[in-house]
Design a protein around this ligand. Structure first.
Ligand code: HEM
Length: 446
């Protein structure tokens, strides 16, 4: 219901004009909110601990990034000679320039984490079921856009960190069969990271991606409404419905203020990093990709590049097919599906934390397929064989859930993908903290 003020208007003309104006503003605001939300929502959908507000927080972070990004554009100079100096100028000479850059930097990193957590929330509550398959795919597209945003932004400060992380990552890209070389050529517009690459990254970062993410996000929201709102468990009786204003908006407002306060405080005390000016002839040791690619870079240390890229490709395809692979609908809206699902999830998390480090250590110090099978091409000994073993291991985990826990297909799928998500996080941790000079295993902070 749009409220335009129920109180009688003042009898004083000047006050009445102000009240009419205030009521009009309120009506416009309410209208805007009701374009984004339905007028009423089921009371259980308001429970914060169902969505944790993660989709809303991702939206707010995206808008913060666009706002701060527009301000940064007034000072940033996308040229190899001036980019670094323009960032230094912003940091030291512009009022709140350092703060502005820091908020943009941390909001970008946080958006990656929040979008990933939101995907996990949707996954563990079966939020892709009951006609929500297309929106799941749209969400995956959003996740890729968020990664692309972070990746293209990484190069812009033109410091050592930026230059070498992008050099390493574009090198990884070139291993993708058939299209990798083309993507690399398109991004770098040359054989290496230089002026043309910087111009391309800048154009993609400030024009292509914001337009794309706003369009895809709008569609994502429209689909949520079209699919009948946020998923809910099946109930025999109809749930009580409450008005969006004020019940939902109140929760969103508290979440938004908490997020922005935390982000600004963090940005105040932890400035965005800026290393020395990029030096193409002096690679750091170790030369690492950005943190969100370090799980992938870790796999490259253990497998032939084709296998190390095929594995995430296969897993991503599996994720995309999830709504059709796990179409059971009676467990929608229930965290972890059931008591058996909860047990499968616990085991999956434990396996995801313990198994990757064990395999990394085993491979580092003992396993040596190319040495054991010298007559085979490395594509087979170090590519096909580890890939086949990994896929076999994943199948075994699925079968373990089905047999040992008597899990149904949906619960076993939950366990399998949770294992993969946690493994990715564990591998990323190993890449960030446990890889030192020459990418050798080290103890962190030693
Ligand atoms: C910039 C990134 C994203 C934004 C801004 C966003 C925004 C939202 C919002 C506001 C909701 C409403 C409920 C909630 O807060 O959880 C939602 C629901 C949903 N999102 Fe996202 N999302 C993003 C990324 C993703 C990703 C990565 C996925 C999955 C791959 C995804 C899939 C879905 C699905 C299927 C729903 C409906 C869930 C349900 O009904 O329970 N979204 N999203």
């Amino acid at each position: 219901m749009i409220q335009t003020g129920d109180k009688p208007l003042s009898t004083y003309p000047h006050r009445r004009d102000r009240e009419v104006e205030r009521n009009r503003m309120k009506a416009v605001m309410n209208n805007l909110i009701l374009h984004l939300h339905p007028a009423k929502v089921p009371a259980p959908a308001l429970k914060f601990t169902y969505t944790w507000g993660l989709g809303g927080l991702a939206t707010l972070l995206t808008l913060t990034l666009i706002g701060t990004g527009i301000l940064l554009m007034f000072r940033y100079d996308a040229s190899v000679e001036r980019a670094y100096a323009s960032v230094q100028y912003l940091e030291t000479q512009v009022y709140f320039g350092s703060m502005l850059r820091s908020v943009h930097h941390w909001a970008g990193n946080l958006l990656l984490v929040v979008a990933f957590l939101h995907m996990i929330r949707v996954f563990v509550t079966g939020g892709y079921k009951q006609g929500r398959g297309i929106n799941w795919l749209v969400g995956l597209g959003l996740l890729l856009l968020v990664v692309a945003f972070n990746f293209t932004g990484y190069l812009l400060p033109w410091d050592q960190l930026a230059y070498w992380a992008v050099t390493v990552a574009t090198h990884l890209l070139s291993y993708i069969p058939l299209v990798g070389g083309g993507i690399n050529n398109f991004l770098l517009a040359g054989p290496e990271v230089g002026q043309d690459a910087l111009r391309n990254f800048y154009a993609i970062h400030v024009a292509v991606l914001p337009a794309a993410i706003l369009a895809v996000m709008t569609y994502h929201f429209w689909r949520i409404r079209k699919d009948g709102g946020v998923s809910q468990p099946k109930r025999k009786e109809r749930a009580l419905k409450l008005t969006t204003i004020p019940h939902l908006v109140q929760i969103e407002l508290v979440a938004a203020v908490t997020l922005l306060t935390t982000l600004f405080l963090w940005a105040m005390f932890v400035p965005a990093p800026l290393e020395a000016l990029a030096n193409p002839s002096q690679p750091p040791n170790p030369a690492k990709a950005a943190w969100y690619f370090l799980g992938l870079q870790e796999m490259l240390l253990h497998m032939h590049p084709l296998a190390a890229l095929a594995l995430p490709g296969i897993i991503f395809a599996g994720l995309a097919l999830l709504p059709w692979w796990d179409a059971r609908e009676d467990d929608i809206g229930v965290y972890f599906r059931s008591a058996i699902g909860e047990r499968a999830a616990l085991i999956a998390v434990a396996l995801g934390v313990l198994l990757p480090p064990a395999l990394v250590i085993l491979d580092e110090f003992w396993v040596d397929f190319p040495g054991w099978l010298p007559w085979l091409p490395t594509l087979i000994s170090n590519g096909f064989i580890p890939l086949a073993l990994t896929l076999g291991g994943l199948t075994a985990i699925y079968v373990l859930f089905r047999r040992a826990l008597r899990a149904n297909h949906s619960e076993a799928t939950l366990g399998l993908f949770l294992f993969l998500f946690v493994s990715l996080v564990t591998l990323t941790f190993i890449g960030v903290f446990f890889r030192g000079p020459n990418m050798a295993l080290v103890w962190p902070f030693s």
